[in-house]
Design a protein. Structure first.
Length: 159
């Protein structure tokens, strides 16, 4: 004899209990022993999450922490030549972290004229102002760091 069970014929309380049990087993289980470590890491890196995001970020962080611990265990056995540690990006999935990386095979120009890009202002002559006028001295910066700043550069005076 073949018996089939239809969920619609089930008693409502049994159906709700089965549904809740299924949802609870599908939810990620957080390691309660890492609560203090998680709180310390969030405080150290200034991380604040809303209620919905907290569990997701904690799950990713725990997964990354376990991967780091496993790697360091393998390092202690001589399988790797370097150790790993948790940093400020520990709550990011690998695909989220790739946003910060430049493409490996991007075309790099042989030269760049930063004047054309608007990152270098014309040099001013101080002769008419008098040589006693104080002017700021600025060391040259890496052009890459200038890309992250606004184009409203300070115009520097030549001594």
């Amino acid at each position: 004899m073949y018996v089939s069970i239809c969920i619609w014929n089930m008693h409502p309380s049994l159906f709700l209990a089965a549904l809740c049990l299924g949802m609870a087993s599908a939810a990620p289980r957080l390691d309660q022993s890492l609560d203090a470590h998680w709180s310390h890491w969030k405080a150290a890196h200034g991380k604040l999450y809303d209620k919905d995001e907290e569990g997701q970020r904690r799950t990713v962080w725990e997964k990354n922490l376990k991967m780091i611990d496993q790697h360091n265990e393998e390092y202690s056995q001589g399988q790797h030549s370097f150790m790993m540690a948790m940093n400020a990006f520990g709550d990011l999935k690998p695909e989220e972290g790739n946003v910060f990386q430049a493409p490996l095979f991007a075309e790099i120009p042989s030269s760049v004229d930063w004047r054309e890009k608007g990152y270098v202002t014309p040099v001013k002559d101080q002769v008419r102002q008098g040589s006693a006028t104080p002017s700021p001295k600025v060391k040259p910066k890496e052009p890459v760091s200038l890309l992250w700043k606004l184009r409203n550069c300070i115009q520097f005076v030549m001594f």
